[in-house]
Ligand binder design. Structure first.
Ligand SMILES: Cc1cc2nc3c(=O)[nH]c(=O)nc-3n(C[C@H](O)[C@H](O)[C@H](O)COP(=O)(O)OP(=O)(O)OC[C@H]3O[C@@H](n4cnc5c(N)ncnc54)[C@H](O)[C@@H]3O)c2cc1C
Length: 285
């Protein structure tokens, strides 16, 4: 094939939401694409993922990628109400601060959204279990070669392309090489978060209590605020609750390139004690 006829080739580092979305967009724009991802395979049923709220524009784009656009609605719940409240547990008061009833978002579980997009892509473009190491740009700056290590065999491979996309997350190694002076800025808060699966006990007292305390669950996102802290609570498809508890605090020292940390039972105990002081009893439970 002549050079003019050759499709341009993109090398995407990172096969998470950003990486696969970029792969989809580039393929539709006529590019050849490879995705280098260090994890061993596509995430399936990963319980650690959390909720991802899709803005109307994201909904439109994701739908345009699907053979059956309605599939997006099979994995999401509508977030039509966005309600913020101030909570004072001591005085037993909850005051609505703001309520938007035209909040046109959809809420998905991270893994469900990933699978939906991933299933529209040719599986052969993925280099699973490959760790990006370095890249170098040709003298005429027209091509880029990436080195990646197969984590199973330790073999190092070279992949040449026309474009390198850094979709390797907030602690991107590609960015560290390319922009070594660009440092991350701490936002000022950390968060506890989790997904609570209640599919086995949907009529339990806990679930009935939480539905009463948070009436918009199922079609809205609930934000409770107290001094220096707030929570976000919403429902996900397939009987799951997505909860996050943000706390303003000094930056934690994290290990390696992780954005999360291992916690001890002592930290969890303290979290429960704090929840008891701050939040409504249904959230605390
Ligand atoms: C604890 C936590 C909770 C969060 N909760 C939410 C939430 O509830 N809702 C929400 O919208 N967002 C949440 N986020 C933000 C979330 O990270 C983003 O929504 C989204 O996952 C970012 O996608 P991404 O593709 O840019 O990056 P990431 O998801 O971070 O993906 C980066 C990918 O690159 C791969 N990678 C990294 N380095 C290399 C390498 N050297 N070689 C090969 N592969 C590499 C990683 O394995 C990973 O798959 C949360 C983040 C954290 C840390």
């Amino acid at each position: 094939m002549s050079e003019r006829m050759r499709k341009p080739k993109a090398i995407i580092v990172g096969g998470s939401i950003a990486g696969i979305s970029c792969a989809k967009a580039l393929i539709l724009a006529g590019w050849d694409v490879v995705v280098i991802e260090k994890t061993r395979g596509p995430p399936t049923g990963n319980p650690t993922g959390a909720g991802i709220a899709l803005h109307p524009l994201s909904q439109k784009i994701v739908k345009s990628w699907l053979h059956q656009p309605d599939l997006l609605h099979n994995i999401t719940l509508p977030l039509t109400i966005d309600q913020n409240r101030a909570v004072d547990r001591e005085k037993n008061i909850c005051r609505v601060l703001a309520r938007d009833e035209n909040f046109n978002y959809l809420q998905a579980h991270w893994t469900d959204l990933h699978s939906l997009i991933y299933n529209t892509l040719p599986p052969e473009i993925f280099f699973w279990g490959h760790l990006y190491l370095t890249f170098c740009i040709s003298h005429d700056k027209s091509t880029v070669t990436v080195k990646a290590k197969n984590l199973k065999t330790d073999e190092v491979i070279d992949i040449a392309g026309d474009l390198l996309v850094a979709a390797d997350g907030s602690r991107s190694s590609v960015r560290q090489t390319f922009l070594p002076d660009s440092k991350l800025r701490y936002t000022g808060y950390c968060a506890w978060r989790g997904v609570f699966d209640f599919s086995e006990n949907e009529n339990s007292e806990t679930i009935q209590g939480i539905r009463k305390a948070y009436p918009t669950l199922g079609n809205g996102v609930h934000m409770d605020l107290a001094s220096g802290t707030y929570t976000v609570l919403d429902e996900l498809m397939y009987k799951r609750l997505n909860w996050i508890w943000f706390i303003s605090q000094p930056e934690l020292q994290l290990k390696g390139d992780s954005a999360t940390m291992k916690v001890s039972s002592d930290m969890i105990k303290k979290m429960h004690q704090e929840a008891e002081k701050i939040w409504v009893p249904e959230f605390e439970e």
